[in-house]
Design a binder for this molecule. Sequence first.
Ligand code: AHR
Length: 528
Amino acid sequence: MTISRRRFLSNLGWVGAPLVVRSGFGMVWRAQARSAARVSLDLERRRAVMDRRLLGAFLEHLGRAVYGGVYEPGSRLADSNGFRKDVMAEIRELGVPIMRYPGGNFVSGYHWLDGVGPKEKRPTVLDRAWNSIETNQFGTNEFIQWCRLVGTEPLLAVNLGSGTPEEAAALVEYCNVDKGTRWSELRRQHGFPEPHNVRYWCLGNEMDGPWQIGHMTAREYGRKAADAARQMRVLDRNLQLIACGSSSPSMPTWLVWDREVLEECYDVVDAISLHRYFSNAAGDSRRFVALNLSMERQILEVIAVCDYVRGLRRTRKRLWLSFDEWNVWYRERSGDGKRQFAPRLLEEIYNLEDALLVGGCLNTLLRQAERVRVACLAQIVNVIAPLVTNESGVLRQTIYYPYAWALKHARGAVLEPLIECETYEAAEAGTAPYVDIAATWDESARQAALFILNRDLDAERELRLEWRTAPARVLGCETLTGPDLKAVNTFEQPKRVVPQPWEAPAPGALMVLRLPPRSYTLLRLGFA
Ligand code: AHR
């Protein structure tokens, strides 16, 4: 048996030489292999101050996300606008800071004018992205109204596929100009005297993908995005504009696309997008629960490209990253709506191991918060989502829980823990520490939150927390775990995978926590 043990520092790099232990006495060495993980924490050692928009979500005109998800006039659960009250209550309770809309692939064939004005005059069209019927009964104004009701900020995407930069600029004028111009007056006629003041905008969606309506080369897209950005900024100088980066590291144009796009539009955009969906189609759960490390690498590679182009341009301006689609998605891949209205598409059912990886991805995003300012769990309801509706209510899927924890408790500064932990080889995810940690520190409340993934699928792990300043109180400790990695929540059994209280150590400079196997744990601490 061969066990490799290394020192893992801050999830960023390795220090120390690998220690390789060989033995014929499997059990003895096995016990040693499961040695404690050590984490040293100092409230003064900080990686970044997080932007809450890091914990956003996404609502696309796709399947039952809008129609039957957030909007269902006629349902006994809908309000007078037709918005599902139960779904609004869930999203309000989650406290989602920003919501991307209306796509996704959908946006690349969408004409926003179809979705505004009197509802009876709006056309029913064929959405060619998902081969579905789009009635346009829910459009920009309904989305903004809904955002205000659930307390989230809109992040609008413009159509740079079949649409033109002129149409994109017209939408900014419609949303953000007060009055006295063609499109601002149209908004006022439509019953919205106040501008919507939408600040964050995506310049198209996944334009590197051959599946995308209007797919083009990086140079073509970069020029089109620059043209759109210049026109949009005339309407509103305060916009934050996000260019389309590579839609996945698996694309043949990975990074080359990002470089070429930025060479064309660096000076007029603020950020570049990243997308990622994870799969366990291979059925290798050890590898799967480490895939957030490849997300981390993806982020670092895109930062490198941004800063390379920055160097070429000899500019002080530094771009930030928008990870505006991420999740587990591999089972329900068919995107053919067969010309139906609100068909059941991409209704992925999430299990415990998916929730563990989602927890890991949240840890990665928190660790990379210095450059990743916006990120969107894709999506929010029914379509690859933490929430699922039926005619009588809403179900919280397994992935809801790590997301809800981050939304509720990740605040303030992201700390830089120093971690010493045993590792294993996890295919393309690389060498993975068994224990993955992110920690935040809310100075005003004097509270810290630790988000801890135990990737050991078979055994408990001991975690030794060494604090430079000892916490005064344990505010709470909960864990998401269970005997079956494939367990799911259903409307019949909604509580199969839910957090449970977990025994916390007494507060102090050294705290020893037992992490259950295959678990994601939240530990909250108060400081004097
Ligand atoms: O979120 C589902 C789809 O995944 C989005 O429409 C697209 O941008 C991505 O490929």
